[in-house]
Design a protein around this ligand. Structure first.
Ligand SMILES: Nc1ncnc2c1ncn2[C@@H]1O[C@H](COP(=O)(O)OP(=O)(O)OP(=O)(O)O)[C@@H](O)[C@H]1O
Length: 329
């Protein structure tokens, strides 16, 4: 399989506006005024054509930032993103626009990403019309096809978003993304707001679309059950870094990194309300001043002296299995 996407050594820093405390500290000559959040710290991943790669980790570990950098909604501070071996920065204007359209993002809350004043026909049809993928005359048919693909009855095209249920609204968002003929979907908590039974329907729709359209997915979720259901491979992130990656079967049966093991240990069984993992001992440190060495060491039951000073490299621990932990040495 060829690489659809390659994220190479990407870091993303945000500068937060200084709060009262920081400004006071600066006036006393103690600190720089604007704290820097290290949302991504030297992240590298590859996604093969047709693959579904799940990105998991606790809140604030950088999952959404990674998705947004890949979708071109945010610029990386360092590193590069390559599509089929080519960097966006190296492409001509038209080529770059086409590459951007090929990567579409599906967000968590369909209600806030759909214009409430637009009818579904306009929501789905505006972009393909603008980019010349259809004509005004063919628009109704074009929109109907996208709706049918996403499991919506085309007869509903003249309705407004509020006239649909949450699951149907997510289908409108999916139809809108499909309408610009993408190769890759970045799903950022795309089923998190839905009831569990509707979640299963939307996940199955994503898998069907992958078969029909040869789509590639980056699937961001805090819910391990969702990721296990849909992914071929899983990337585990902690405080802006990738700590482990493996095939879904390998990761769930032989987790290597103590953080991944803690995530899986804390995974409650069937209670959907508790399917988030927040129960690992200790607070997540701030990405403004992450701990030195291995970011996980303050919470790691197996931390050694070395873990407090030396960053562990992400290295192979098995076939297609990588982990960033000094315990593997
Ligand atoms: N625009 C921004 N300005 C400043 N800080 C930001 C911005 N966007 C994200 N961050 C910070 O970057 C870090 C990573 O955030 P991100 O949203 O990528 O994490 P996440 O894993 O997706 O978490 P969640 O599931 O809660 O969205 C967090 O500390 C967050 O507060």
């Amino acid at each position: 399989m060829s690489n659809r996407l390659e994220v190479r050594n990407v870091s993303k820093r945000f500068t937060r506006k200084a709060g009262v405390l920081e400004r006071g500290a600066e006036m006393m000559g103690l600190k720089s005024p604007n704290p820097v959040v290290r949302a991504l710290d030297d992240v590298s991943i590859t996604v093969a054509q047709g693959e579904v790669v799940g990105i998991v980790g606790e809140s604030g570990c950088g999952k959404s930032t990674l998705g947004r950098v890949v979708a071109g909604l945010l610029q990386a501070s360092e590193g590069s993103v390559l599509f089929r071996g080519k960097q966006l920065a190296e492409m001509s204007g038209e080529e770059a626009e086409e590459a951007r359209l090929k990567v579409q993002m599906i967000f968590q809350d369909p209600s806030s990403s759909l214009n409430p004043r637009q009818r579904v026909r306009e929501i789905i049809g505006a972009a393909p019309l603008h980019h010349g993928m259809t004509t005004g005359r063919e628009l109704d048919d074009y929109v109907s096809r996208q709706m049918a693909r996403a499991g919506l009855d085309p007869i509903l095209a003249s309705r407004f978003p509020h006239q649909f249920s949450g699951g149907q609204r997510q289908r409108i968002g999916i139809a809108r993304a499909l309408a610009v003929q993408p190769d890759m979907l970045i799903c950022d908590e795309s089923v998190a707001a839905l009831d569990v039974s509707i979640q299963a329907q939307i996940l199955n729709l994503f898998l069907d679309l992958r078969e029909q359209l040869d789509l590639t997915y980056l699937f961001i979720s805090h819910d391990l059950s969702v990721v296990e259901h849909i992914s071929d491979r899983v990337v585990v992130m902690y405080l802006g870094r990738v700590v482990e990656e493996a095939s879904v079967a390998e990761l769930f049966s032989h987790p290597n990194h103590p953080y991944t093991r803690a995530l899986l240990d804390e995974r409650p069984s069937l209670d959907p309300v508790q399917r988030q993992f927040s129960a690992i001992e200790g607070e997540i440190p701030s990405p403004i001043s992450p701990p030195p060495g291995c970011h996980f060491h303050p919470r790691c039951p197996m931390a050694m002296a070395r873990c407090r000073v030396e960053r562990p490299e992400l290295r192979a621990v098995g076939s297609g299995h990588k982990s960033a932990c000094h315990l593997n040495d």
